[in-house]
Design a protein around this ligand. Structure first.
Ligand code: EPZ
Length: 430
């Protein structure tokens, strides 16, 4: 398993290009199952999870190709026919977002057999709302041998209320509803930019959708969808991670190819902490997206944060924020409201010298504590990012183990950080 070797204590400086959003590209690839025509996606990030989903499409008998472009990869998918409606355990256990094929397979082919994803490090991650919603659309759902077996002889529009806001739950049902007979209204739907981006792709494919970005999404079913070409939005979590990396090292960094609107909660919180972020910098001529410039205005000050659904402070930035708070003066209370076990990084940060007390859904970070390099182990995607950030601020050498977690959602992070002056290298272990 690969490791990162980090020599900390160097402020980052320079500019870094942000990749396309993994969590927008994954549902967009699943949406290609809704049509027999070609769907072309640009600005797809070069991360492991995209490869995993391509393997799953291959397993289903769906052709796809990847071509290197200036900004990310172009992925082309043509689901002309389906050889097999089964998403196997071996692939779903690697990436729970595989469950996103459930809705499209059911809507287009009337049958899907998807392994239950099982839990993961950050929580139980049930998919009960996905299944309840598909049943409300007329599917018959049974479980056997750890698989969800969903069948439908044509889906029928309905009104469905999400007991909990669910990002992929909203995505699954929105995709299924595009081919259901009649109108579907999703209440308490997710408003994340990735959900909106999927909705834009579906509209480009001919779907009738209103209310994207609000808690109430209305979908009027159509007989079929056509192919489309779509550019994936920038990854707001990768962008937030680099803002935190600049702040924790006391550096000055410019982020290119970002959508500042998607980062409002993160930018506001970092401003409260004493990080100056300028979104007025003009993007390079012809650029599709914006630019963010960041520098610390002075010593960092602790500030409390509570994770919430969009547009609140994202849970996917909580671990990175915790690392930053170890370098801020004062005590920060971090409250995690989305997942029940998303503080695993606290124990590893403590090994670097952080003073963190975890009590259920709340973590108390007392700063500023000097961090000294040590061996640490990544447990999940964003926890790994948090450990890399702490390693950049620690004196001496930090070894982060199991970096395959970070490769799932960050495109060549060690190369991007090296370009910004960090001393980080990948050690491949066999
Ligand atoms: C998406 O996961 C993201 N993944 C996650 O990003 C992100 O952390 C999460 O949304 C929250 O923003 C992708 O988009 C691929 P949820 P998802 O359904 O959809 C409960 C990363 O780092 N729930 O919004 O699985 C659930 O347990 C990943 O890139 C049910 O109870 O999250 C959680 O407590 C990590 N029943 C809450 O809702 C359900 O049927 C929110 O989960 C579904 C969810």
């Amino acid at each position: 398993m690969d490791q990162f070797l980090i020599e900390g204590g160097r402020p980052l400086s320079g500019s870094v290009g942000i990749s396309g959003a993994k969590n927008a590209a994954l549902p967009a690839m699943a949406a290609a199952l809704l049509t027999s025509e070609r769907v072309t996606l640009h600005n797809v990030p070069r991360v492991r999870d995209i490869g995993t989903l391509r393997s799953l499409l291959d397993e289903l008998g769906v052709d796809s190709s990847v071509t290197h472009e200036d900004h990310g990869n172009r992925v082309e998918i043509e689901a002309r026919q389906l050889l097999n409606p089964v998403a196997p355990y071996e692939l779903v256990k690697q990436m729970r977002a595989s469950v996103l094929v459930l809705g499209p397979l059911l809507a287009r082919f009337g049958h899907a057999r998807v392994s239950l994803p099982g839990g993961c490090a950050i929580g139980a991650r049930p998919i009960n709302l996905h299944l309840k919603g598909l049943e409300a659309l007329g599917a018959t759902i049974t479980m056997d041998h750890g698989y969800v077996d969903a069948r439908a002889d044509g889906l029928k529009g309905t009104a469905f209320y999400f007991d909990t806001v669910s990002v992929t739950g909203t995505e699954n049902l929105m995709m299924a509803a595009t081919l259901a007979a009649g109108e579907t209204v999703l209440e308490n739907a997710a408003c994340e930019p990735e959900v909106v981006d999927l909705g834009h792709l579906l509209q480009e494919m001919g779907a009738q959708i209103e209310g994207l970005g609000t808690g109430r999404i209305t979908i009027r079913g159509v007989a079929r969808l056509r192919g489309a070409r779509h550019v994936i939005i920038p990854d707001r979590i990768e962008a937030g991670t680099f803002l935190a990396a600049a702040a924790i090292t006391g550096g000055e960094v410019t982020l290119l190819n970002v959508e500042p609107k998607h980062l409002a909660a993160v930018v506001a919180k970092l401003a409260e902490v004493g990080v100056e972020i300028d979104s007025s910098a003009p993007p390079p001529p012809g650029a599709r997206w914006g630019t963010l410039r960041t520098r610390n205005a002075g010593p960092l000050r602790a500030a409390d944060v509570t994770t919430q659904e969009y547009p609140g402070f994202p849970t996917d930035m909580q671990a990175q924020y915790m690392a930053l708070m170890t370098q801020a003066e004062g005590t920060a209370v971090i409250t995690e409201t989305i997942f029940e076990n998303r503080f695993l990084h606290a124990l590893e940060l403590a090994r670097l010298g952080a003073d963190i007390t975890v009590d259920g859904r709340r973590a108390l970070v007392r700063g500023k504590t000097p961090l000294s390099g040590a061996n640490v182990q990544a447990s999940d995607l964003r926890a790994s990012a948090s450990l890399v950030l702490a390693g950049l601020a620690a004196q001496g050498e930090t070894v982060v183990d199991r970096v395959y977690h970070i490769d799932r959602g960050y495109e060549r992070i060690e190369e991007k950080l090296t370009k910004l002056g960090a001393r980080i290298k990948r050690i491949s272990e066999g």
